[in-house]
Ligand binder design. Structure first.
Ligand SMILES: Nc1ncnc2c1ncn2[C@@H]1O[C@H](COP(=O)(O)OP(=O)(O)OP(=O)(O)O)[C@@H](O)[C@H]1O
Length: 300
C-alpha cells in the first residue's frame, strides 16, 4: 500500500494541473477574469445565473470551496459579481476538511489567502467514514455526506443557497454516465431544492463553463490547485467518470460539437418520442397517455 496516508486510507491522486508561469498578482488575476476570459468564463457565468434565475436579491450564498480549480474560480467569479453586479447578495465561503493530508490543507489555506477568499474551514471526518462504511464505492457515500455537511454548515451561517463548482463537462458526463451505465436519461440540474433542509437551494452557476477554459485560467494565473485530494477513492475503483471523459473526447474527433449536442439533448427531450418517464418518484409509460388518460398540463 504505497499510497497510504496518515489515516490509513488509500489513494494516489489524479492528474496534476501544472501552472504555465509564476503566480500572477491577484489584481491581474481578477482583471483577466472579466477581460481576457470574458467570453469563455465571465459571460457564461452571468448567462447561467440569468437563464436559470440562480440569484435573487437578499440571497446569502454559501460558496462551497474544495480548493480545486473549479471552486477557486467560482469564488473569484462571485466576488467579481458582487463588486460589479447589480444584485444585492451576501457570500460565505465554506470548505469542509474531510480528512485532508496536512500538506493539502495547507495548500488550500495558502491559495485562499493569496486569492483573497475569506474561507471558513470546518472539520468533517468524511474520508474515514466513507472508507469504512462503503469501501468499494466510497464516492457516492462521500458525496452524500459532504452534501449534508455542507447544507448544515451553510444553514448555521444563515445561507439560503449553496453553490457548487460543477461545470459544463460535469453536466454532459453525468448525462452520458446515466445513459450508458444506468439506462436512464437524467442530467445534472443548474439548481434544485434541498430535500432535507428547509429553505435551502443548491445552485451551479458554472453550468455553461467548459473545463478546458477553467484549466487555462488557473494555469495561466500560476495557481497550484488541489488536484483531486481524495484519499479514499482515487484509483481504487475504475473511475467511470474518467472513462466517460475519454469517451466524449474520442467522440469529438468524429462528431462536430458532440459535447454541445449531449448538453442540448437535455433541453429538448421530446415527450412524444419516449417510452416512459419518471416524475416525482412515479413511473409513467407512454401508454398512459396513448388514448386519452393522463394529461401533461398544457402551457398557456
Ligand atoms: N471538501 C469540500 N468542501 C466544500 N465544498 C466541496 C468540497 N468538495 C467538493 N465541494 C464542492 O462540490 C463541487 C464538486 O465537487 P467535486 O469533488 O466533484 O469537485 P471537482 O469537480 O473536482 O471541483 P473542484 O475543482 O472545485 O474540486 C466542488 O466544485 C465544490 O463546490
Amino acid at each position: 500500500m504505497d499510497n497510504e496516508n496518515q489515516n490509513g486510507v488509500s489513494g494516489s491522486g489524479c492528474e496534476i494541473l501544472i501552472p504555465f508561469n509564476e503566480r500572477k498578482p491577484i489584481r491581474e488575476i481578477e482583471r483577466n477574469l472579466i477581460k481576457k476570459y470574458r467570453k469563455k468564463i465571465w459571460s457564461k457565468f452571468i448567462k447561467a445565473i440569468k437563464d436559470y434565475e440562480l440569484i435573487s436579491p437578499g440571497d446569502k450564498i454559501g460558496v462551497a470551496i474544495s480548493g480545486g480549480k473549479d471552486s477557486l474560480l467560482m469564488a473569484k467569479l462571485f466576488q467579481e459579481l458582487k463588486r460589479h453586479g447589480q444584485i444585492e447578495f451576501e457570500l460565505e465561503f465554506i470548505a469542509l476538511d474531510p480528512g485532508y493530508h496536512e500538506d493539502i490543507r495547507k495548500l488550500l489555506v495558502e491559495n485562499c489567502e493569496y486569492l483573497e477568499i475569506p474561507v471558513k474551514i470546518f472539520d468533517a471526518g468524511i474520508f474515514q467514514v466513507a472508507d469504512k462504511i462503503a469501501s468499494d464505492y466510497p464516492c457516492y457515500m462521500c458525496a452524500r455526506m459532504r452534501r449534508g455537511a455542507l447544507y448544515s454548515r451553510a444553514q448555521e451561517l444563515g445561507c439560503n443557497k449553496i453553490s457548487l463548482g460543477h461545470h459544463f463537462n460535469d453536466v454532459i458526463e453525468t448525462t452520458m454516465l446515466n445513459v450508458l451505465y444506468s439506462g436512464n436519461f437524467k442530467t445534472m440540474l443548474p439548481k434544485l431544492k434541498a430535500s432535507n433542509f428547509e429553505n435551502m437551494e443548491l445552485i451551479r452557476p458554472m453550468y455553461y463553463i467548459e473545463e478546458t477554459d477553467i484549466q487555462k485560467f488557473i494555469q495561466s494565473s500560476g495557481i497550484w490547485p488541489l488536484n483531486c485530494a481524495c484519499m479514499v477513492a482515487a484509483k481504487k475503483i475504475g473511475n467511470k467518470r474518467f472513462e466517460i471523459k475519454d469517451l466524449i473526447e474520442d467522440f469529438k474527433q468524429n462528431f462536430k460539437n458532440v459535447d454541445k449536442s449531449i448538453f442540448r439533448a437535455a433541453q429538448n427531450v421530446n415527450m412524444d418520442g419516449i417510452l416512459g418517464f419518471e416524475k416525482s418518484g412515479e413511473k409513467y409509460s407512454f401508454l398512459d397517455f396513448y388514448d386519452e388518460g393522463l394529461e401533461i398540463p398544457k402551457r398557456d
